[in-house]
Design a protein around this ligand. Structure first.
Ligand SMILES: NC(=O)c1ccc[n+]([C@@H]2O[C@H](COP(=O)([O-])OP(=O)(O)OC[C@H]3O[C@@H](n4cnc5c(N)ncnc54)[C@H](OP(=O)(O)O)[C@@H]3O)[C@@H](O)[C@H]2O)c1
Length: 255
């Protein structure tokens, strides 16, 4: 049974990696999908096109929209497309992220601005634009966080933005409760996506972690779906950790 039939989901940064797995999962459950990516004309766009064809074959409506969430006008265009083509929004999945792998004190001003503009401001722009639509559907917002929000990771300034956003999740859950919009986060462990290829260059010994501690993109997608489904209706303002237990043991911090 498709539990999200006639619903509409926007997954930011869904051309590849975890976002793609979330878009697939929601389409499998019957939701129409807006596939968003940042870089026009490259492999990300090609992958977004392929994903849209796959989603259409599942019988769902889909539209791919190039938009950089760091730019307010670009976010406005993204939501204009949603209003014009779908007329509603049930789920806003804040998945897009981009950040340099460098110790925070070594970031150039340009890098610092990009860090904040993409990973903090961009998410807030999306929330602000989505609110009038989500209010009508009593929808849900799910932010994709990472363990960097609470633990030190080498050369991972993105962690500070994840921590800020987990705080936004708590705040918005409370302020949007009266509108019956739920706001939660899924905090993922280590997932072998494209960004992992870069992460492993900066994190000595990460490859030594047992294979069973690496999370599959589908496992994140399942948790996001759970939060948006009726089974997750009692959860609000929470960050659920999906890391196969990686963060349970301090001994692993020596890796
Ligand atoms: N991989 C992990 O180990 C891991 C663990 C926990 C949490 N996470 C989180 O999960 C999310 C997805 O990670 P991933 O590893 O799947 O990432 P990824 O493979 O690097 O893919 C990132 C996606 O976000 C898009 N994107 C980047 N900047 C954007 C912007 N300004 N506007 C719109 N789209 C943008 C990219 O599009 P372009 O290709 O066009 O740039 C791409 O579709 C991120 O929030 C990440 O922090 C990842």
């Amino acid at each position: 049974m498709q539990t999200l039939k006639d619903k509409v989901a926007l997954v930011t940064g869904s051309s590849r990696g975890i976002g793609k797995a979330i878009a697939r999962k929601f389409a499998m459950e019957g939701s129409d999908i807006i596939v968003n990516y940042r870089k026009a004309g490259g492999s990300s766009q090609t992958q977004a096109e392929e994903l849209c064809k796959e989603i259409e074959k599942m019988g769902c409506r889909t539209r791919m929209v190039q938009a950089d969430i760091a730019l307010k006008n670009s976010v406005k265009n993204l939501f204009n497309e949603i209003r014009e083509n779908f007329g509603r929004l049930d789920y806003l999945i804040l998945n897009a992220a981009k950040a340099p792998f460098k110790p925070i004190e070594k970031l150039f001003e340009r890098e610092l601005r990009q860090l904040v503009e993409t990973n903090y401001l961009g998410n807030i722009f999306c929330i602000q634009e989505a609110l009038p639509l989500l209010e009508k559907t009593r929808g849900a917002i799910v932010f994709i966080s990472s363990l960097g929000s609470r633990f030190y990771n080498p050369a991972y300034p993105l962690g500070s933005m994840k921590a800020a956003m987990e705080s936004v999740v708590r705040d918005c859950a409370e302020s949007l409760r009266v509108k019956q919009i739920s706001v939660n986060a899924v905090c993922g462990g280590i997932v072998k996506t494209d960004s992992f290829k870069v992460l492993r260059q900066f994190w000595d010994g990460i490859e030594a972690l047992p294979e069973e501690l690496f999370v599959e993109p589908d496992e994140i997608a399942d948790a996001v779906f759970f939060l948006c489904s009726s089974a997750g209706r009692g959860i609000n303002g929470q960050t659920i950790v999906v890391d196969r237990g990686l963060s349970n043991s301090i001994y692993r911090s020596t890796v």
